[in-house]
Design a protein around this ligand. Structure first.
Ligand code: 4AD
Ligand code: MG
Length: 433
């Protein structure tokens, strides 16, 4: 009779059957003639019980020599047990060692963030990191589903680019066969032309910013999802931001309940985000509100982290700040027809002080305006000629936004530093592993 090889997630279908599970020793303890092995296989955790009188001598000897993170194949009877974590236990009859691990560097004692990041390749095995990666994966799937089910076409934008999208101060340069290339800061400039070809498009991939300061909210490499929609005006863009966030957060709450519980995330703080509408503040109102709260911020300045926190504490769901001074925003934004010193730009701030998660705008559809902006921002005109063609051949109103995945994961998981939201974070002082 062949025994099925299953994962810990499949235990419920195999109660009272003999099965084999492959995994790693998460933990073990002994008690007289008993050995308890907590096995993890990537899908869950399972207590495996070895009872000396009931196993062959070699199985017992193997159980005794196991170490943390050794890889094993365990065979036994699946028993339903309400007291066991996860609701099941394995009564072991066979145990094969695949590899005995020497002492695992990550133990039970507290390690500092640098130590853990140096061992990121091993740290990923811990319960907390496991849960964060599950949430990230579900979030990315929810995002793709959101756009795919609404008839958007995925456009993969290039990583090696000739021009800056979000200012020249954070560009990564690389030598490109005698020319200079830059790592992409955003796929947006490539999506706008694609929106004219396909109507509704999005890209989802790695983006790069040479952020020269150490902050909890900045990575040098992060993943961004960016929709771009033809004929969409600013008001429609704000609605799209709300529809998007409420939908993806609801989906993660629904499908990652166990992971969020493991992270001890207070999900009641996320639930209001699944409800629309969201609060909206004109930039001018936001400044007035901040001054009222005692901030010394002046009209025309960008919001600092403390300002973002102070504002978001007033609401239970994301906050949209609209109509920013054009001078502090990117070159491509559409001026507000009522006051051209302002741009039709939106920043979406996550609740609980997690800060900006989305930046977006209506795009300028005027060739002359963009030509002036490119000059005013000191950008090399020749690198943007192709982009200007979109305003030469059937210019059209369009809007879009970008959301950094790590910012969204950090907020949903309730983690304070972006480094834990990425499987292999890249920071100003970190390129390894
Ligand atoms: O506001 P940003 O700079 O907007 C753009 O790049 C637009 N071109 C997007 C668009 O309209 N298509 O960046 C968008 C988002 C931010 O709100 C933030 O979530 C994330 O990208 N982000 C970062 N995440 C991690 N580390 C960094 N250094 C980030 N910089 C931006
Ligand atoms: Mg921004």
């Amino acid at each position: 009779m062949s025994r099925p090889v299953i994962t810990i997630a499949e235990l419920a279908e195999h109660v009272d059957q003999e099965v084999t599970i492959r995994g790693w020793v998460y933990n073990w303890r002994k008690k007289g003639k008993l050995r308890f092995i907590i096995l993890r296989d990537g899908f869950g955790y399972l207590q495996c019980v070895v009872f000396r009188p009931e196993v062959d001598e070699p199985v017992w000897d193997t159980a005794v020599e196991l170490t943390q993170e050794s890889s094993v194949e365990v065979t036994g009877m699946v028993a339903a047990d309400d007291r066991a974590p996860g609701g099941f236990e394995l009564k072991v009859s066979g145990l094969e060692v695949v590899h005995i691990a020497p002492e695992f560097p990550i133990g039970k004692k507290d390690h500092g963030p640098d130590f853990l990041l140096n061992h990121r390749h091993l740290w990923l095995r811990s319960k907390r990191q496991h849960a964060i990666m599950r949430v990230r994966s579900e979030l990315e799937f929810a995002i793709r589903d959101f756009f795919q089910s609404r008839d958007y076409t995925l456009i993969d934008s290039p990583i090696l680019t000739p021009a800056a999208c979000e200012g020249t101060s954070t560009l990564f340069e690389t030598e490109y066969f005698g020319e200079t290339a830059f790592l992409s800061q955003s796929g947006q400039l490539y999506l706008e032309p694609a929106a004219a070809a396909l109507g509704k498009v999005y890209c989802f991939g790695p983006t790069f910013r040479a952020e020269k300061s150490k902050t909890r909210r900045h990575l040098t490499e992060f993943w961004m999802v960016e929709p771009e929609v033809a004929w969409l005006r600013f008001d429609g863009l704000l609605d799209l931001c709300e529809e998007f966030l409420s939908s993806i957060v609801a989906r993660v709450l629904d499908r990652c309940a166990d992971d969020l519980e493991r992270l001890e995330r207070d999900v009641s703080k996320l639930e209001p985000t699944t409800q629309r509408p969201y609060p909206r503040l004109d930039y001018e109102e936001a400044i007035a509100k901040l001054q009222e709260l005692g901030s010394d911020i002046q009209f025309g300045e960008d919001l600092g982290g403390d300002d973002e926190t102070a504002l978001t504490e007033l609401f239970d769901r994301p906050l949209l700040i609209t109509r920013w001074p054009a001078d502090i925003k990117a070159f491509y934004m559409q001026p507000d027809p009522e006051d051209p010193s302002r741009a039709l730009a939106v920043d979406v701030l996550a609740p609980e002080g997690y800060g900006e998660i989305i930046g977006g705008s209506e795009r300028s559809d005027s060739l002359e305006h963009l030509e002036r902006q490119i000059a005013a921002h000191d950008l090399p005109r020749e690198s943007f000629e192709w982009y200007l063609d979109i305003r030469r051949y059937g210019s059209f109103p369009h809007s879009g936004y970008g959301m950094g995945i790590e910012r969204c994961v950090a907020w949903i998981c309730g983690i304070s530093h972006l480094r834990e939201a990425s499987p292999y974070p890249r920071l100003i002082n970190r390129l390894n592993p």
